[in-house]
Write a protein that binds this ligand. Structure first.
Ligand SMILES: [Zn+2]
Length: 520
């Protein structure tokens, strides 16, 4: 298991090396900016360098598929920026304090609540679900960000930012808590609601009056520092007494620390636009006098058979259930690469609908591209009569694949170009086309760039079964789920996992050093 993990890590290190000279002028990138609501030509603040911040998970439960899709969008963007020759600093945080139940300023901290229910330390909750997050992302072949800061690791920076906002007159202190004064900010700066398209007056009339909100001057105000009650476990000393930072504050403080007061790209799920990202902008402007982000990007939601994915509708499944097929709505399990490929067949700004038919179609499509990749590797160019039309079509399809990626990261259209190329490659293998019908330059380019687009940019790898890192990762995930089920005395689930694996010829062995597996 270790050997194959090492191999995957080695592959990742290679990917980070500049593959060739900067191509960003050859295929100039455009991105849809959620803030201006326009597709804009991407221009970096500093030549050749990109600063990108993406809101990471709140680590109090297992990662859900919606998260996987959001982070996949930015994984591919990160890969593509590197591929174009940019030097990228990608910061993705871990929220380990301050995110309260119901996403409002009252109620228990999500992590502290889980710790209380499970009767463990909050940092055990954080560690457990951070590990799960990392394991899941590895399984789907994500690159690690450049920096992964935690909210608890940046309390000093957050206190400094609260102080700056207070000094600038955009916050007030009540009873040990500090609130951001939205109406006052709006009067001075006028941009609150611009990102999410909300009008302040409408927000005022729609905001629920909640218990415990009486400290605020306006129901629109939000906490940037909260006083900790005596029972509260996660708390720190501050100029306003013992407390903890508001949820929105960490991203402003950590993006400023690692990317500067102004940086290029800020990403996240669509659901974070309001209030989270709106508040991030307000905090940075109130503290530093400058709007922090040049391009705001938001990834869209998941649906299942056309309905919103939600726990209450019973149509929500976890990454593990999707991989094992252990869910009433799934006919069977799908491999991580099939799921990754499936997600990339939609543009990130469209909703993505899960259905068995769509997943099965992606499985076939993925296998077709992998077959073409293997075939292409085995082909040898031989001098012949060059078919100028065919040569031109292949060159154009490769150019179009890049042009589509540069057009607001249109992975769906790029994959269509790859299918087009796969048809030509398979014809060469079948003898219907001859490699000599291409010029040496075009053949070499095809042999180099077809796999590069798949492997380096889309992050799609062959799954060769047996000893592959993917199978190892998948087994590790299943073993973890089974161990958790046993710890929770859910023997039905743990037996089901063992028996199903047995039927597939995989033995699970519980030993003194933990659980291992073997293939029959
Ligand atoms: Zn955030």
């Amino acid at each position: 298991m270790l050997a194959s993990l090492k191999r995957i890590t080695a592959k990742r290190k290679i990917l980070k090396l500049p593959l060739f000279m900067a191509r960003y002028s050859e295929f100039p990138l455009s991105l849809y900016n959620s803030y201006t609501r326009e597709k804009e030509v991407f221009k970096t603040l500093h030549p050749g360098k990109v600063g990108m911040y993406v809101c990471g998970p709140t680590v109090y439960s297992y990662v859900h598929l919606g998260n996987v899709r959001t982070f996949l969008t930015f994984d591919v963007l990160y890969r593509y920026l590197i591929h174009l020759g940019y030097q990228v600093r990608y910061v993705r945080n871990i929220t380990d304090v301050g995110h309260l139940v119901d996403d409002i300023d009252e109620g228990e901290d999500k992590i502290a609540k889980k710790a209380r229910i499970d009767n463990i330390e909050p940092m055990e909750v954080v560690q457990k679900y951070t590990n799960d997050f990392h394991d899941t992302l590895k399984l789907f072949n994500f690159l690690n960000p450049s920096i992964e800061p935690t909210a608890t690791g940046h309390i000093i920076e957050q206190i400094q930012m609260v102080q700056q906002i207070l000094d600038n007159g955009f916050a007030y202190i009540v009873n040990g808590s500090v609130y951001f004064d939205v109406p006052k900010y709006q009067e001075a700066k006028g941009n609150y609601g611009r990102l999410s398209g909300r009008v302040l007056e409408d927000l005022m009339s729609n905001t629920r009056e909640l218990d415990g909100q009486e400290e605020k001057k306006s129901p629109l105000d939000f906490a940037i520092w909260k006083k900790a009650e005596a029972m509260h476990i996660m708390k720190w000393p501050s100029p306003w007494g013992m407390g903890f930072p508001g949820w929105h504050l960490e991203c402003s403080a950590m993006s400023t620390k690692y990317l500067g007061k102004e940086f290029d790209i800020h990403g996240g799920g669509m659901d974070l636009k309001f209030p989270h990202h709106e508040c991030e902008i307000a905090q940075s402007v109130a503290s530093d006098g400058i709007a922090p982000v040049k391009y705001w990007m938001h990834s869209n939601m998941l649906t299942v058979n056309g309905q919103k994915m939600s726990k209450s509708l019973g149509n929500s499944f976890t990454p593990a259930e999707l991989l094992t097929g252990d869910h009433p709505l799934l006919k069977k399990g799908y491999t991580p690469m099939t799921v990754r490929f499936f997600m990339l067949q939609s543009h990130y700004s469209s909703t993505l609908d899960f259905s068995n038919d769509a997943l099965e179609a992606s499985e076939k499509g993925y296998k077709r591209l992998m077959k073409a990749w293997a075939t292409l590797d085995s082909l040898v160019w031989k001098s012949g009569n060059v078919d100028l039309q065919l040569d031109k079509e292949i060159t154009e399809a490769l150019d179009e694949a890049y042009t589509n990626l540069s057009d607001d990261l249109n992975t769906a259209k790029c994959i269509a170009n790859l299918f087009d190329l796969a048809t030509r490659i398979n014809s060469m293998a079948n003898g219907q086309l001859d490699s000599g019908m291409l010029s040496k330059g075009t053949f070499d380019r095809l042999q180099k760039e077809f796999p590069e687009i798949l492997r380096d940019i889309l992050g799609i790898l062959p799954e060769d079964g047996g000893d592959s890192g993917v199978v190892d990762g998948l087994m590790k995930l299943l073993i973890n789920i089974r161990q958790n089920a046993r710890a929770n005395k859910d023997f039905a689930t743990s037996d089901q996992i063992r028996n199903t694996l047995n039927e597939l010829g995989i033995q699970i062995k519980d030993g003194a050093d933990g659980t291992s597996y073997s293939l029959n």
